[in-house]
Design a protein. Structure first.
Lengths: 157, 159
């Protein structure tokens, strides 16, 4: 009995048996591959997000510049006029693209939209009064949103 | 007593084990080369996105200061503490963190101001280029403006 047992013991290979190394290597490689894939995917998403954010910043300031150009144009038309009901001045305002005006009892309100991208605009509203203008609103709105129909959020009233 | 290793027949399991080890090492070498490349690419992407974010913030700050002051020298002083004489263009050397660094310029921020045909409107063009690249490839750019009407007070243009 002992002799047979010794014989079986002696025929076993020394150290790590064949196949264990392959299994360990497959496991380690799979772990490393998963980590590398996760890391690459996270970095790529982060880059995409940064690029989108940076593009949006560039788009916003380009639109802001365009809105200021419109403001300068409107200001040059209205500032030369003392009567805000002047027909010629209002006709000139009509020619400014996208500008809408409203004659108030104490001045003139002009509003216009400048597109940032296909989803958002800068909504500007200014009021001319006594030869000066005041900016009532200079904000980003989504394309579907207007001043009359803002987003359905609670305003605390 | 006989050693267990000697009990393995020559050209048998031991050779098989060594052959397996060689194949495993070869495969592992190739796999780790690919995996290391992936890690290096992730690191590069992450670094690039960090740069882009910082450039964007820096340009945003410059655009806001310029929008309020309409002056390039005031913008440079407010952002980087630089004293600039009356000039239409300023080139600011920045490090990787977008901090003013005249010694090691990883990035170059060029701010150029031009007057628009409309009175009172000024345009600022901010361009970031790689400080180590002589070709001057643009990494990021922003155009912004300031409207300061002559003889008028403007009540805060903001977002």
């Amino acid at each position: 009995m002992d002799g047979k047992a010794d014989g079986r013991k002696n025929s076993r290979p020394a150290g790590i048996g064949t196949g264990y190394l392959s299994l360990m290597m497959i496991f380690v490689t799979l772990c490393l591959t998963a980590l590398a894939a996760l890391s690459f995917s996270a970095a790529r998403n982060e880059k995409k997000f940064s690029a989108r954010s940076a593009d949006y910043t560039a788009e916003y300031y380009a639109a802001d510049l365009e809105a200021k150009r419109t403001l300068a144009e409107i200001d040059s038309i209205v500032s030369g006029c003392s009567d805000y009901r002047d027909f010629m001045m209002l006709a000139e305002l009509d020619e400014v693209s996208g500008a809408e005006y409203e004659i108030l009892h104490d001045g003139l309100a002009v509003s216009w939209k400048t597109p940032i991208n296909d989803r958002q605009n800068i909504l500007c509203r200014i009021k001319f009064s006594a030869g000066e203008f005041e900016i009532l609103s200079w904000r980003t709105v989504s394309s579907g949103e207007t001043e009359e129909a803002p987003l359905g959020v609670w305003l605390g009233e | 007593m006989k050693s267990p290793i000697k009990s393995v027949p020559a050209g048998g399991r031991l050779n098989l084990f060594f052959m397996e080890m060689i194949i495993v090492l070869l495969f592992f070498g190739i796999a780790s080369a690919v995996i290391l490349n992936a890690f290096a690419a992730s690191d590069r992407l992450s670094r690039e996105s960090g740069w882009l974010e910082r450039m964007s913030f820096c340009a945003q700050s410059a655009a806001e200061v310029f929008s309020a002051t309409g002056s390039l020298s005031e913008t440079a002083e407010e952002l980087f503490g630089l004293t600039v004489s009356d000039s239409d263009e300023v080139v600011v050397p920045l490090d990787e963190g977008c901090v003013y660094s005249p010694e090691s310029a990883a990035l170059l921020m060029t701010m150029t101001v031009s007057e628009d045909k409309t009175e009172g409107l000024m345009e600022m063009h901010i361009v970031f280029t790689d400080g180590n690249d002589e070709s001057g490839e643009t990494l990021y750019e922003v155009r912004s403006g300031a409207y300061l009407p002559p003889k008028r007070a403007v009540n805060g243009i903001g977002r």
